[in-house]
Design a protein around this ligand. Sequence first.
Ligand code: NAI
Length: 347
Amino acid sequence: AARNALRAGLRQAQQPRMFSTSAVNNKNVAVLGASGGIGQPLSLLLKNDPLVTQLRLFDVRLAPGVAADIGHINTPAVTTGYSPDGAEGGLEKCLEGAEVIVIPAGVPRKPGMTRDDLFNTNASIVRDLAKAAAKVAPKAHMLIISNPVNSTVPIVREVFKKAGVYDAKKLFGVTTLDVTRASTFLSGISGAAPSETIVPVVGGHSGVTIVPLLSQAAQSSSVKAGEQYEKLVHRIQFGGDEVVKAKDGAGSATLSMAYAAAVFTNSLLRALKGEKGIKECAYVDSPLYKDQGVDFFASAVELGPEGVKEINPIGNISKEEEKLLEAAVPELAKNVQKGIKWVGENP
Ligand code: NAI
């Protein structure tokens, strides 16, 4: 009896429990930049996602090693690592058949740096990865993590447009970490469970472009107007700086980011296989502020079998949130234009 109980317990321990799933469906997911601070834990979490059946890991260093390690985990995803000159083939081989491509490749911030300081290095990394994706997997959903997200996502659009394969429904800047932080920080004040604390975060993914819509959270009344509200908004907008500072030169958020990206990827995979009513905030090609020069804007998006199904309107917001948006929009317009201009000059 004891042995049966042990076996039952072991079986339970072997079921991936983090993510919900209802049916088996083949999904091929590639991670580019898979050996990095985000890439490794993200790959681990994706290996634990029962919806992933093929997990392809690419990096300029170490990806076959990461894949060999993760590949021993007894979950279904068949894991393969690719390096530029490896036996398995390089980037293009990795991308063959990919339906979802998650990109955390690039350099992270050091103390005192803004995300925009990363632009010069990461813009060309993202451009080159996007070129390969547009060539080999033009129908894949592109999930961009590399900063500055506000500018790297427009770069991917321009690359796909140039290749004649752009589909606005399939390009996402991953802003889930902002939503995750907002939930954690608000629940710390209200005492409600984080899982029930849902704060839409709109705009972009850096500093003042991050606009938390706390008034739309069920727990909004637990935040006192004035100093407490302002501190909370600031903490959500600049939460990344807390991590950069605490890591003291060793990088920026990686583990919480990997978690957030795995959550977003799981939501997309569920939507792709037909589950309805799935919403996430994401930075997408959006009509909401296009008239103000902002081609990309993060807001709540309903996901469907083709990617973006519907972009929700911002909804009712407070006076304070209107002011935050007023500050965000011109900054965001600059960030978007910077990406478009750069890739125009550096195709
Ligand atoms: P990291 O330096 O630890 O890892 C980056 C990885 O990318 C390295 O393994 C590197 O070898 C690889 N890489 C570099 N060039 C490549 C190329 N051409 N092809 C494939 N792989 C390449 O950096 P970390 O901490 O993982 O951050 C990655 C990016 O994610 C940074 O740009 C960072 O700013 C961003 N980030 C985004 C967040 C978001 O909310 N969207 C949150 C936190 C970080």
